[in-house]
Write a protein that binds this ligand. Structure first.
Ligand SMILES: Cc1ncc(COP(=O)(O)O)c(C=O)c1O
Length: 380
């Protein structure tokens, strides 16, 4: 096992190439997570009525510095689906309005949008992103062409899930602002993966997962809400709010932070998560991106299919590569059972993709194992 892999809990003999779905949490962060849980159990009343709020604030401060926003613009959620759903159910739109998103959005969130919009007869329009992605200008032009007077909300991923593309969304957000269209960014894959400054991006709402590329414990996600929207974004689940123990002066924070008794230890590890990013992860990013870039040509040669991004500039630490149309439907199972390789296969727009994620614990040997397995499956 390589030395960095020993900082994680991976079982022996596996090649883990799916950090994008469920990132592994290093021992240093996981131990910190457990320390918070022990702290709670030692004196639950003190913890829930007092210590918790100082610790939540420390986490908000650390995260806001990392994300480029104010500490009182951050709410913690277990995952991006719950975070975005909380905005969806506050929107006041009618059947003359439209929501615009790309055709690369995350399936669970597309479903969440439809569960709400179908009942209200609100149209969700999909802007098709032409593949291969060639230039920022073409992408922005194609997306903005779909904006009409009816468009009230844009929902867009900064890094797409099935196709693993880093989308250049800043100009779209600026354009939307001029037209008074709300922008909700799905940045589930962004923190710890590519640089992010929410204020300079300029969106209205932003969600991200800290348990993916930043390696936090599962259930560590956030929602950024621009201050101008905090008077109308209300929690889907109301609890004690300003009548509870939260000493914050912001009613917005009070309404969201206490949602009944729950384990918030994952949120409290955020200062540790960011410390780990600075001490370990940051320096590994360049190498991981280089590995991704070297693998994308290998995929092309073995799978004999074209890449969906030209020139590598839309790639981070993930690459999704099209599989042949007639690929064995058990390919994921074969890779795991015969080769001990964990890697996801996605179906998207009637195509199948294999998505490679590279993180700090991966090295060239992992790519070789994958490519050798693919060669024996596809070239025999
Ligand atoms: C682009 C994107 N958005 C949102 C999510 C939300 O994940 P969850 O199902 O944990 O809410 C994911 C998870 O992989 C994702 O890839």
């Amino acid at each position: 096992m390589n030395r960095i892999k020993e900082k994680f809990y991976f079982e022996d003999g596996i090649t883990y190439l799916n950090h994008g779905s469920y990132g592994a949490c290093p021992k240093a962060i996981f131990e910190n997570y457990q320390q918070w849980q022990f702290k709670l159990e030692k004196q639950p009343v003190n913890f829930f009525t007092d210590e918790l709020y100082t610790a939540l604030k420390d986490s908000r401060i650390a995260l806001s510095e990392f994300l480029g926003c104010y500490q009182d613009e951050i709410l913690f959620f277990q995952n991006p689906t719950t975070a975005v759903s909380n905005i969806i159910y506050n929107l006041n739109l009618d059947s003359n309005d439209e929501i615009l998103m790309t055709d690369h959005e995350y399936g669970a969130l597309v479903r969440a949008w439809h569960a709400w919009s179908d009942k209200r007869n609100i149209r969700i329009k999909y802007a098709k992103i032409k593949l291969p992605l060639v230039s920022e200008d073409e992408f922005v032009r194609d997306f903005c062409k779909q904006i009409s007077l009816k468009t009230k909300v844009i929902f867009i991923s900064q890094i797409t899930s099935p196709t693993g593309l880093v989308l250049p969304i800043k100009k779209i957000i600026q354009f939307a602002k001029e037209k008074n269209i709300l922008t909700i960014v799905d940045g589930a894959h962004v923190p710890g993966h590519i640089d992010l400054n929410i204020h300079s991006l300029g969106c209205d709402f932003y969600t991200g997962a800290l348990h993916k590329w930043l390696c936090g414990p599962k259930g560590t996600s956030f929602l950024y809400v621009h201050k101008k929207h905090q008077n109308w974004i209300k929690p889907v689940i109301y609890s004690w709010g300003k009548n509870g123990n939260d000493p914050e002066s912001s009613e917005f924070l009070q309404d969201f932070q206490w949602q009944g008794t729950r384990d918030m230890s994952a949120f409290l590890t955020i200062p540790k998560i960011i410390e780990f990013f600075k001490s370990d992860l940051k320096d590994s990013q360049y190498h991981s991106k280089k590995l991704i870039q070297s693998s994308y040509e290998k995929f092309q040669n073995i799978l004999e299919s074209d890449s969906i991004s030209i020139g590598k500039k839309f790639l981070g630490q993930m690459v999704s590569h099209p599989l042949p149309v007639n690929v064995n439907k058990n390919i994921k199972k074969i890779l795991w059972e015969d080769y001990r390789i964990e890697i996801p296969i996605f179906e998207w727009n009637n195509m199948k993709f294999i998505r490679l994620s590279i993180h700090i614990y991966n090295d060239e040997k992992d790519i070789d194992s994958l490519m050798n397995a693919l060669k024996s499956i596809f070239l025999n």
